[in-house]
Design a protein around this ligand. Sequence first.
Ligand SMILES: [Zn+2]
Ligand SMILES: [Zn+2]
Length: 287
Amino acid sequence: MTKSTFPLKKRILCIIPTVMETLTLTVLGSGTGIPSLARSSSSIMIEIEGELLLFDVGPGTMRRLLESGITIDRISYLFISHLHPDHTGEFVSLLFAGKYSGMEKRRTPLTIIGAKGLVNFYNGLRRVYGKWIEMAANALVIHEMDKEKRDFMEFDSFDVTTMPMDHIESSIGFRVVLPDGRSLVYTGDTDYCENAVELSRDTDILVCEAAFPDEMKVEGHLTPSLSGKIATESKAGVLVLTHFYPECMGVDIEAQCRDTYKGDLILAEDLMQIELFPGGVMKRMTP
Ligand SMILES: [Zn+2]
Ligand SMILES: [Zn+2]
């Protein structure tokens, strides 16, 4: 796979920023459910004003968090795009580790946001694991979003819009918007769909799956050129491709995406950081 050569991007935003905070995206897992030393299972993290938002928690996420210098007690929000194990496999371990008394005490509850069915999923896990994963009543909040249509929720330092994606029944994509209008979209797993375009409309950063090369298209997943089509149609500022199956190895993913997309492109790698500051986006690699 070729590496993206993505320079500092300068862009004039339509909305004059009132908050000078940087939104930092850290790719924790750019891979899938297939074990890989280079690509951990699906997870990204966003930092906004010191608050940490985790999106999906595939196997290996907590280790990647540590490699990013983050302990799990600092995570305030967990967004779950859908219930496939490569996106939720470490959820139980996250809850279990959170009960360790040596862990620094969480100052805010862990707020979990996903599609309707998430409470049922959590209760199912509780039936299996019982008190080993049960958090104190005031330490866990679960918000279920509509899985049939657009939904919206406001938090202190951001708001989030969700829309159903074309993958499995519980799949939703997230659009996080800062008070100054800057935004990031995370599609989770999806096939090409109108909702993916609409959710990503004019977003600054679009983190989009590109699971398989164009010539190996799988139903319910995107290819680089289809991800590019979504980014072009939505006029996304920067496209970040992720969720690469082993079939992507040795394939020129960037070239395939370029068939449909001419804008700024980043191929995600684990522990890569991308900053969205007022006026532009910058990528930097971290070890
Ligand atoms: Zn999936
Ligand atoms: Zn997946």
